[in-house]
Ligand binder design. Sequence first.
Ligand code: ZN
Length: 335
Amino acid sequence: MKPDRIVKGTLGPYPAPEVADAEIVELAQQAPALCRLEVIGRSTEGRPLHALRIAAPASAGERPCLLVTAHIHAIEFIGAYVARAVAQRLVGGFGTTAHITDLLQRAEVWVVPLLNPDGAARVWSSAGWTRLGSARFTAQGVDPNRNFPFVETGGRRGWNSGRDKPGSAYYRGPHPLSEPECLALARLCKRQRFCAAVNFHSFGGVIFLPEVRGPDSTKARHVLGTFEGPFQEHQSLRRYRPVHERSAAIIGQLDPFLLYAFGTPSVTVEVSRPGSYVLLPWNLLRIFWWANPMRPDAWVENDAGATIHALIELLERSGGEPCTPALPELAKQVC
Ligand SMILES: [Zn+2]
């Protein structure tokens, strides 16, 4: 068997971030009746943050909104790869696939496939050679998934909780929403009041669910339960294991922020598991090939369709409305 090797100077099957971004712009242009592309903000280095809204043309009235995000951590190219596939399948399936047509008639699906374009560009330019911190950071050296507002609660912090020390791989920044990328997403979420959110990360083949609390916990648990069976039923290659997180353990993450501030049940899907190719000597020290599978299309097969089914289930279970937020004061930090 031939070992998996990649051509020097490329990241194998993964396009450069600007090429990936152009794919999304092109998709929006190909289906103007279904798609609206919005620049929700700009990164520190000035790159656009694209949100693609996909929905059937509607005469009037507001429809429930669902959110899919990816690539908040610089190195996690596979998440964006799957998010783009979800967008492509939604657009391509409208009018030809009944459950997709129905979903897009009943709801708007918002896809933000590249939340950390500066970090992605940095990883790309280093051909995937990077330290752990740089594998996560924005241009300002902040872990963007520790940069969201939170409320201090008792309980032991996890080893990977947001840190106050610059240089730490989990540095949470000088203050919540210091990163323009996080602020742009928070503003979008405040405006759209998503009834649920799915955030693609990598790797490990698990799903992290935030701790539920507050006045609407029964509903929030029910909505999040989509990822404790219904999602997995549609995964053909590997079914991801749900893992419940304590909110005190990790401060500054997106999932608890969305749930507590806006009542949006939100999960982290850790796409893919590394194959044995990472144990080959030329891959062993390269975090890129731990975080991103050599054959991303297999994981698209595993996860893209399952995500679309999950979006339908999330719409059903939420009744098209977010929950009553447990900590609405957190939303006031978004302005
Ligand atoms: Zn991540």
